[in-house]
Design a protein around this ligand. Structure first.
Ligand code: AMP
Length: 504
């Protein structure tokens, strides 16, 4: 191993114990990642800028954060469990990440398998030199490729599908690094927005359908690649353009080079970025997420508009849709629920019982706004029904006379395999219950969801065209835009194999 290339990885005191690692489940783990990525080239304070960018992307992943920098001769790596600020607000940490180029990552996984060696950016020593990569998305053939690689002798260090990309690049026989990288991308299926670093280049790549977002920014002439424009705003960088679906962009001393190695296909960006995942102040695919969410709310009001006194958002995710609902319907908007911002997202708790506890910790009724009133609650989406059930009860306990519930997205009927954390079908309330059953479980006086065509109308289309759906809307329709190779495997996935790999 070349001493100069070996990163100084400060794993710190958070290195997990072996017991936790052995419980880790490769399959579950790879299906449950939500992430944000950031990369910058040619800035003297690359790591500090990356840390700020990751702060803005914190909503995309709260379990771990990492930055890898390159200083011209060595790579440096800091990867920790916890929030970005827990680690990267400390000056000594940033000082351990010198260099003019860096990539960073925030990660969110709900399984017990959050272990330090899954924290990205991952780093590998290749024959051509060091290579760091951060990935937002999920590969739908990641387990299949992993099994083949392990059979072929690869020793996996992590349980993420991202590591498969490192091995594929390492094993490529092509000469130029970019050709090896492209060869690796040709082998993978699914969703990816990647930022990668070599000792000469910052590389960004977006999957051929553009399922996950990736944008290009400019900070005083220095290129930035990141998941969302809110990270550009955070650091005062200018938005340049979206990285195109299937585009690979490389920045080095000679400037920018764009590669488009895949046959063009109609893009299918994930509609869940607009519904829930992205920050409302981001511009995704040329659309303001805030405006789209308001339009979802307005469509919802157009589709069903019971006689109520106030519109109450479920904070924070339901707020823009509730504004849209209120503006369209003319029903006053009230903050009937106050959110405690110092607890994590509901889903961060691994078990249902703890999750239910989490909801109570997170929301409180604002009695002054709802007592004696007929209210309509607006949330962005319904997954397990945990939030809605608790909130309806809370509203009744606080004196609401009628409680109607509306969701600013259609019923989620199918799991996601592209990097959004949703349960399997059995855990999705709408996939297992009728509308009336759901209304009863939630305890609302009425319940309705935005229609699929209403969702498309909010996006500016007359309706959903099944021949050209424009978005990845598989959670609602089951129309998965890529092969689901791992899911379709007849042979069970190699859990023992991966556990052995972990134990070694
Ligand atoms: P549930 O309480 O299980 O029905 O989940 C619905 C709530 O979770 C809504 O308030 C959503 O804003 C939020 N939500 C939706 N999708 C996700 C996700 N993938 N990860 C975390 N929270 C989500």
């Amino acid at each position: 191993m070349d001493e100069m290339q070996n990163p100084s990885d400060h794993a710190g005191e958070l290195e997990p114990n072996l017991g936790i690692e052995l419980q880790d489940d490769v399959e579950g783990d790879t299906l449950r990642e939500e992430c944000g990525v950031f990369g910058i080239f040619g800035h003297p304070e690359a790591a500090a800028i990356t840390a700020l960018g990751l702060h803005a992307l914190q909503h995309r992943g709260q379990e771990a954060a990492g930055i890898v920098s390159f200083d011209g001769s060595r790579f440096h790596s800091e990867r920790r469990l916890g929030l970005v600020g827990d680690t990267f607000s400390r000056r000594e940490v940033i000082e351990r990440l010198p260099g003019g180029m860096s990539v960073g990552h925030v990660r969110y996984s709900t399984t017990g398998g959050t272990i330090l060696r899954n924290v990205q950016p991952l780093f590998a020593e290749l024959s051509a030199g060091g290579f760091a990569v951060g990935h937002n998305g999920n590969l739908t053939n990641g387990l299949t490729l992993r099994r083949e690689l392990v059979k072929g002798g690869a020793m996996m260090q992590s349980t993420t599908d991202t590591e498969v990309i490192l091995h594929l690049v390492a094993q490529s026989k092509r000469n130029r690094f970019i050709d090896r990288f492209i060869e690796a991308l040709r082998a993978i299926e699914g969703a990816y927005a990647l930022v990668a670093l070599t000792n000469k280049k910052l590389i960004g790549a977006r999957d051929p359908l553009g399922i996950r977002p990736l944008v290009l920014g400019d900070l005083d002439g220095r290129p930035i690649l990141t998941s969302e424009t809110c990270a550009l705003d955070m650091i005062g960088a200018r938005y340049v353009r979206d990285i195109e679906p299937g585009e690979i962009i490389v920045f080095d001393e000679d400037g920018a080079h764009s590669h488009k190695p895949f046959p063009p296909k109609p893009p299918r960006p994930c509609i869940f970025e607009y519904i829930y995942f992205s920050r409302p102040d981001s511009i995704v695919g040329g659309r303001s997420v805030y405006d789209v969410r308001k339009a979802f709310g307005a469509e919802l009001a157009r589709e069903s508009h019971p006689d109520v006194d106030v519109v109450v958002p479920v904070p924070d995710s339901g707020v823009p849709a509730a504004v849209g609902y209120s503006q369209y319907s003319g029903v006053p908007f009230e903050l009937g629920i106050i959110r405690n911002h110092y607890v994590g997202r509901t889903f961060i708790q691994p078990t249902q019982s703890v999750r239910e506890l989490g909801v109570r910790m997170k929301h409180s009724a604002n009695r002054a706004a709802i007592e004696g009133k007929r209210i309509i609650l607006i949330d962005d989406s319904l997954v397990r029904g945990t939030t809605s059930k608790k909130i309806v009860r809370m509203m009744r306990d606080a004196g609401a006379r009628e409680v109607h519930f509306r969701l600013a997205s259609p019923p989620i009927l199918y799991p996601d395999y592209y990097g959004i954390d949703l349960p399997d079908r059995g855990g999705l309330l709408a996939a297992t219950h009728s509308l009336e059953e759901m209304r009863d479980i939630i305890g609302a006086d009425s319940l309705a969801f935005l229609s699929i065509d209403g969702m498309y109308r909010a996006m500016g289309y007359a309706s959903r065209d099944p021949a050209n759906p424009k978005f990845s809307d598989h959670c609602f329709t089951g129309a998965y835009p890529t092969n689901l190779t791992d899911q379709n495997q007849v042979e069970p996935q190699p859990r023992q194999l991966s556990l052995l790999a972990e134990a070694s």
